[in-house]
Design a protein around this ligand. Structure first.
Ligand code: FA5
Length: 346
């Protein structure tokens, strides 16, 4: 600071306040503080000059220096708060959203058509008193085959090409693998469950076959269960799922774990039975495999086959969705092509 006459103190104060008003950002206000109020700043130099005053003027000069210092400190605090508010406003402005812009529409997801049908099938069976039972995807050979009356050398194993995870473990080839697991939980009491989920088969991928697909299994075991119950349950299901006028028919078939075994068809959902390309002009569509649970399987599940009987059925979900929506290629389901999937958004 250049040596100034003492009566310039007020002039200095006015000038300092004027430059403070020009400090409108953080950098400016810090620089002003360093120049005026910091220990090395001008205000302290004024303070140092108090002692150099003639004794009779010292007190009055000291009071003037204090007044100036207080005025600068107060003004500084006020300006500092104003600058902080300004900086906040600027940073909000930098990130802010223009509320006058038209809103972006929310893209909501939709359920995969297979999920929708699984839920629908589950709902129908839950209404009939069935509970959902989950069983493992990575399954012991024992539950997938052996306990279902398919020992290691049984020719029926060829019906289901299998992904082996180890000598004893497979990716389940059908939801029937959960049958004995469910029975062993409930036996000797009655059981009424559905078992939904993915199944895996080492097959060639074609228009109608995938290496992974969903099935829903049904299992009902009790004292007075008979084949007519199978027909009743499946007719009720078909009517609730496809309409009140639906009809079903049973054809003889073969599964090692049911005796007798049947294939169940429903009247074609597209042509109502008149005959069309989808039902190959037969008027009927294959819906599922079913039968009375084989006595060996009941025994493996912990029941006495002389005391109880059971019905079981297993349907393929992808093929059912294909029938319902007229989809001609099963591969669409696993390709995640949004153009395909968006058609099913409700
Ligand atoms: C079975 O899997 C038996 N477990 C069904 C069963 C359960 C019979 C209970 C008796 C008692 P199948 O191999 O036919 O049966 O398969 C049942 C359904 O799964 C088929 O009708 C079909 O809709 C579906 N399916 C089978 N293989 C494939 C595949 N590779 N791709 C898509 N769906 C398939």
């Amino acid at each position: 600071m250049q040596e100034q006459p003492e009566n310039d103190l007020e002039t200095y104060q006015d000038e300092a306040l004027a430059t403070l008003a020009l400090a409108t950002d953080e950098k400016g206000i810090e620089a002003w503080y360093r120049k005026h109020l910091a220990p090395s700043g001008t205000m302290n130099q004024w303070r140092k000059r108090i002692g150099a005053q003639p004794a009779e003027q010292r007190k009055a000069f000291g009071a003037r220096v204090n007044t100036a210092a207080t005025a600068l400190a107060t003004a500084f605090e006020t300006q500092k708060r104003a600058v902080a508010a300004l900086e906040l406003e600027r940073s909000i402005a930098r990130q802010s959203v223009d509320v006058t812009l038209p809103g972006r529409s929310l893209t909501s997801g939709g359920y995969h058509p297979v999920t929708t049908i699984i839920r629908e099938v589950e709902r129908v069976f839950h209404e009939m008193g069935f509970l959902t039972f989950e069983s493992p995807h990575a399954e012991l050979d024992e539950f997938n085959f052996e306990l279902l009356n398919m020992p290691a050398d049984h020719p029926a194993r060829d019906m289901q090409d299998t992904f082996y995870l180890s000598d004893r473990t497979v990716l389940r080839t059908h939801t029937s693998a959960g049958q004995v697991r469910a029975m062993r939980i409930y036996a000797p009491h009655p059981v009424r469950v559905i078992l939904p989920g993915l199944c895996y088969r080492h097959e060639n991928i074609t228009l109608r076959s995938e290496i992974q697909f969903h099935q829903i299994e049904g299992l009902l075991v009790g004292k007075s269960v008979r084949l007519s119950d199978l027909k009743g349950v499946l007719l009720s299901f078909a009517r609730k799922m496809f309409g009140r006028e639906q009809r079903i028919r049973m054809r003889g078939s073969y599964f090692p774990f049911t005796e007798p075994s049947v294939e169940v068809d429903i009247r074609c959902t597209l042509c109502g039975g008149a005959g069309c390309r989808v039902c190959k002009h037969s008027g009927w569509l294959e819906l599922l495999g079913a039968g009375l649970v084989h006595p060996v399987v009941l025994a493996n599940g912990g029941y006495d086959p002389r005391e109880v009987r059971g019905i079981a059925f297993g349907m393929g979900i992808e093929r059912m969705v294909m029938l319902l929506h007229g989809i001609d290629d099963i591969r669409h389901f696993f390709q995640n092509d949004l153009r395909f999937l968006r058609q099913f958004r409700s």
